[in-house]
Design a protein around this ligand. Structure first.
Ligand code: CA
Ligand code: CA
Length: 479
């Protein structure tokens, strides 16, 4: 009886794979054999990295090495545990650990090639699990690549098996979905998220991002449900497409937007269902939608993504193509607002007209709901053009910036920007140039490339590299 049950499950999972892979069958080639060293995150003092072989029919001999860069700090190889197939019964394992170099060598016990599909209908077998020790030298936000080298793979008749390699990575970050305990994604994480919905008490950006598993910028019941589904094995990925509102396209004017995948393994492949406005195209590798729209109207379409290990996700978008004498509006930088407060949005924006001249147009903003932490979109109307403009508003618990001072040394023609921040801030850039940390939560940058009266973009980051705040500052001397 038990065996029969397993068989039914196997057949169902095969059907599942068939149904879900058919969607992409037109665009993607048949899946090639793939050796995957996982991409994992950890905040603890150890991390376990699965090594997985996918889409491989036969295997007789398999040998490879996994190494870390020699200058990796705080990460050291501890042990390797073989998966069921590779622990001696089917394949004879030879495991060598030499410093941070792991060499694995498996030969089939029968001497002949083994049909791996007989052991797993899902076309993936676990070769094993590597455990690394992590010390304080492996600082938050750091990542270390795990590189696969010297691959020897033989299949039937001792022929070489061509195998794609997906190198691994260890990141000192919070695992997506593992919002408490640093003990993996469990039902406790789902319950925790459920209890924090609407409470607005997650002030740590990294924890917030790890909880928003569906990448829609809000913490909702869907996130808790997805974490529960993951913990109970119903889903095996948090791959998602980040939510965003697409800005208007204008008839006969260049359009560009970028769809972004989250929580999966790059490289990604994008596809669409439904119709894009004629003249626009989706770049299947980058997720960019570009072109010159040829027909006005409202278009709804779905973008699908498949990651490097075959997981899939989708999101539906609406894009308006309008006929306007304004052909583009200057992009508005994301802004922060404190919970419950009104965001300060620009009352005017710079626009480009169809005759290529530019000017300032008034914007009428719709009210923005800042009652919950997360990311919301502010929508504004540009004059009476029919053109709408979006701004990303990040609702946060505190102001990360205490003070900005702009100075000017006339003799050297150098502007200085000094920003006092909260202790959450670990790095700052001005126009993507790294600022210096002066101690006492103070960052500074001096440059002769800045001009009086122009605007610079200040970005603040937390210790994991997440953007805490983006601020556009006009260089007006105030000291
Ligand atoms: Ca957990
Ligand atoms: Ca969410």
């Amino acid at each position: 009886m038990v065996k029969k049950g397993i068989k039914i499950v196997t057949v169902l999972s095969m059907l599942f794979v068939l149904v879900f892979s058919s969607k992409f069958s037109e665009t993607s080639a048949a899946a090639d054999p793939l050796l995957e060293v996982s991409s994992v995150r950890s905040l603890g003092d150890t991390v376990t990295v699965p090594v997985i072989l996918r889409h491989t029919s036969y295997l007789r001999h398999f040998q490879f090495t996994i190494t870390l860069p020699s200058d990796s700090k705080g990460v050291s190889l501890k042990s390797f545990e073989t998966g069921d197939l590779f622990d001696g019964e089917i394949f004879r394992p030879k495991v060598q650990i030499n410093g941070n170099k792991l060499t694995l060598d498996f030969i089939s016990q029968s001497g002949a090639a083994e049909r791996l599909r007989d052991y797993n209908a899902n076309e993936m077998v676990e070769i094993g699990y590597i455990t690394y020790d992590l010390t304080e030298e492996f600082t938050p936000g750091q990542s270390v690549p795990l590189e696969v080298k010297n691959v020897v793979a033989k299949e039937k008749d001792d022929e070489d098996l061509t195998i794609k390699i997906l190198n691994g990575v260890i990141e000192h970050r919070m695992t997506v979905g593992d919002v408490i305990g640093n003990d993996g994604v469990t039902t406790t994480d789902a319950m925790w998220v459920l209890q924090h919905i609407g409470k607005n008490d997650i002030s740590d950006r990294e924890q917030w991002l790890a909880a928003d598993v569906d990448a829609d910028g809000l913490l909702t019941q869907d996130d808790a449900q997805k974490i529960l589904d993951y913990a109970t094995g119903k889903i095996n990925t948090f791959l998602a497409i980040a939510a965003q509102e697409l800005t208007n396209g204008v008839l006969q004017s260049e359009y560009s937007a970028k769809i972004e995948a989250r929580h999966g393994r790059a490289p990604y492949e994008f596809d669409k269902s439904g119709r894009l406005p004629s003249g626009l195209e989706l770049n299947e590798e980058t997720g960019e939608i570009t072109g010159v729209p040829r027909k006005a109207g409202e278009y709804t379409f779905t973008i699908e993504v498949i990651d490097a290990v075959g997981n899939e996700a989708e999101r539906t978008y609406t894009l308006n193509i309008i006929d306007s004498n304004i052909i583009s509006v200057e992009k508005i930088a994301p802004i922060n607002v404190k919970l419950g407060e009104t965001p300060v949005l620009p009352s005017k924006v710079r626009v480009t007209y169809s005759d290529k001249t530019t000017g300032m147009e008034k914007v009428t903003w719709e009210p923005v709901d800042t009652s919950t932490l997360g990311t919301v979109t502010a929508r504004g109307k540009v004059g009476d053009s029919g053109f709408t403009v979006n701004a990303t508003v990040q609702v946060v618990t505190k102001n990360y910036i205490h003070n900005i001072n702009v100075g000017y040394f006339e003799m050297l023609n150098v502007h200085t920007i000094v920003v006092e921040t909260t202790s959450d801030v670990y790095a700052m850039t001005v126009n993507d140039i790294q600022a210096h940390y002066e101690g006492n939560n103070q960052y500074s940058l001096a440059s002769s490339t800045f001009e009086e009266g122009t605007a610079v973009t200040i970005k603040l980051f937390d210790k994991y590299g997440n953007v805490l705040e983006t601020k556009v500052q006009t260089l007006t001397i105030n000291e």
